[in-house]
Design a binder for this molecule. Structure first.
Ligand code: SD4
Length: 290
């Protein structure tokens, strides 16, 4: 059986799955591999998606969310609305491994980070500061920055059939301070259960959360749906119940316990990156017609 990683969006997905695979070859730990994929993108300001270089909130502060889930134990760790700390996916892992809790939020998550050796630093890159200032000057024109892809999610399955889903985001650009989306919410932005499958999401957090896209897709896999069908059913349900979500490009993708993968999107522009035993491929995912 192969080891498979699937990750999100045109720019960040490829380095994410490559870093995950490299780490997996060294550690043989799927959790470390998924974390390493996201750390790679979080720490590189060239990716404005997540971590350092993510686009800030309406007050110019980068505010990060992250979460992960281990499908064998159903352990979950998450942090939300954290300022000044990267990589937040590693902070989410520390919450999972070092506390009895699932999530820590805001200033108290940062305090926990400092207690665990993370350094507090400014997360604004030159690029994100420039974009923020442009938005302040002309909010209507820069409003489309909501459409930039500010989340990276990775789902992995190792040769033993173990599953992990992990997600990191700066949320929506120019968001209201304190706003938290789907990304750090187990069931919404990520979910994994070795008995069923693993899924992750990206797109409009309020809708992904409302419909618990990742959990729904995994539950469809539990009933025997292949990952592709499970993801399509999750998007179909969302668009049918809330037609305004059509065209807005919320995405759910996943890997079933049998090892097949799939992805479905409610709008155009999504690309999945897949790495199977080190072989990397790019897969544009057209909008599902519902
Ligand atoms: C959020 N789902 O915070 C994230 C945004 C996202 O690509 O996925 N952008 O709502």
């Amino acid at each position: 059986m192969s080891t498979l990683f699937v990750s999100t969006w045109q720019d960040a997905g490829e380095p994410c799955v490559r870093a995950a695979w490299e780490n997996y070859c060294q550690t043989k730990s799927l959790l470390s591999a998924c974390e390493a994929g996201l750390v790679r993108v979080e720490l590189d300001p060239a990716f404005q998606a997540i971590g350092f270089g993510g686009l800030p909130n309406a007050e110019g502060e980068v505010e990060l969310d992250a979460g992960l889930m281990v499908g064998s134990s159903l352990d979950v760790g998450a942090v939300c609305a954290v300022r000044g700390i990267v990589p937040v996916i590693s902070l989410a892992r520390a919450v999972m491994e070092k506390t009895p809790h699932v999530m820590l939020a805001g200033d108290q998550a940062r305090r926990f980070a400092e207690q665990n050796g993370f350094e507090v630093r400014s997360l604004l890159s030159e690029n994100s500061l420039r974009k923020y200032e442009a938005w302040r000057r002309d909010r209507s024109a820069a409003e489309v920055a909501h459409l930039v892809h500010d989340t990276v999610t990775i789902v992995g399955r190792d040769e033993g059939g173990r599953l992990v889903s992990a997600c990191s985001t700066s949320g929506l650009a120019w968001k209201r301070p304190g706003r938290v989306g789907d990304s750090p919410i187990a069931g919404a932005g990520f979910y994994a259960d070795d008995e069923a499958g693993a899924a992750g999401a990206t797109g409009v957090g309020e809708d992904i959360w409302r419909f618990m896209l990742s959990h729904y897709a995994v539950e469809r896999m539990r009933t025997g749906d292949p990952a592709q069908k499970a993801c399509e059913k999750a998007i179909e349900r969302m668009v049918r119940r809330k037609p305004s979500t059509a065209g807005q490009t919320s995405v759910v993708f996943g890997i079933s316990r049998a090892g097949d993968w799939g992805a479905a999107a409610s709008g155009p522009g999504f690309t999945a990156w897949v790495c199977e035993d080190g072989k990397v491929g790019r897969h544009p995912v057209p909008a599902l017609s519902v």
